[in-house]
Design a protein. Structure first.
Length: 202
C-alpha cells in the first residue's frame, strides 16, 4: 500500500510559470479600471501580487478577493486568487477559481500548471494529465507540460491495477481485495491522527 500524500508537489507558484512581475503586468493591462484609482482592480491586483511575491499569502488572498469584486471575470485575478488558495491549502477554492480562469481564457498556461498540481495532490492523476494535455493545445512546446504529462500517464498506467480508499485529507492505494480492509483501517487511523493534530493547534 502507499499513500498519495507521499508525492511531492507537482508544481508551485513559481515553478515553470511567468515571473510575478509579468503576471502583474498582465493584470494591469487587462483590468477594466483606471490604474490610478486606489480601489481599482488594477491597483488591488498590484498589491496582491506584491504580497504573494513576498510570501504574505493571507494578505495576497484578501487582495485578490477584493480585486475580483470589481472584476469578477478577469482571468489573471482568478489565477492569483487560485494560487493564493492553493498555497493556503484551500484546494477546492483553488480548483474552482482556476477552472473559472481557464473557462474564460483557455490559453492561460499558468492556470493550467497550478490546476494540474492541485488535482495531482488530490490524487486525481488522470485529471491532472488531462489538464496539461489541454494546455498543450495552446502551448505545444512547453517543456514542463510535455514532461509532466508523460510522467503522469506512466504513473496512471502503473496504478491502474490498484484500488483506492479516500478520506477527507488523504488517499491510500492498495493492491487486490486482500488489502482492502487494511486500506480502510489505514485511512481511519490517519484521519483520526490528522484531526488530533488539527485540534491541538487551537
Amino acid at each position: 500500500m502507499g499513500s498519495s500524500n507521499s508525492r511531492p508537489a507537482a508544481a508551485g507558484y513559481d515553478a515553470g510559470m511567468r515571473t510575478p512581475a509579468a503576471l502583474l503586468l498582465l493584470c494591469l493591462t487587462a483590468a477594466p479600471a483606471l490604474e490610478g484609482q486606489t480601489d481599482s482592480p488594477a491597483h488591488l491586483a498590484r498589491l496582491a501580487w506584491d504580497a504573494l511575491d513576498r510570501g504574505r499569502v493571507p494578505e495576497a488572498a484578501a487582495g485578490f478577493d477584493a480585486a475580483l469584486r470589481g472584476a469578477p471575470q478577469q482571468p489573471s485575478l482568478l489565477l492569483g486568487a487560485g494560487i493564493a488558495a492553493h498555497l493556503q491549502g484551500r484546494e477546492e477554492d483553488a480548483r474552482r477559481m482556476l477552472l473559472d480562469a481557464l473557462r474564460i481564457q483557455p490559453s492561460l498556461t499558468e492556470a493550467s500548471l497550478v490546476l494540474g498540481a492541485v488535482l495531482y495532490r488530490a490524487g486525481d492523476v488522470d485529471g491532472a494529465a488531462d489538464v496539461y494535455e489541454q494546455a498543450l493545445a495552446h502551448a505545444p512546446n512547453h517543456p514542463r507540460l510535455l514532461q509532466q504529462v508523460q510522467a503522469w500517464r506512466r504513473e496512471s498506467a502503473l496504478h491502474n491495477g490498484f484500488g483506492r480508499r479516500r478520506g477527507h485529507h488523504l488517499t491510500v492505494r492498495f493492491e487486490g481485495p486482500a488489502e482492502a480492509g487494511l486500506a480502510e483501517r489505514a485511512v481511519a487511523v490517519r484521519e483520526a491522527a490528522y484531526l488530533r493534530v488539527g485540534t491541538a493547534r487551537y
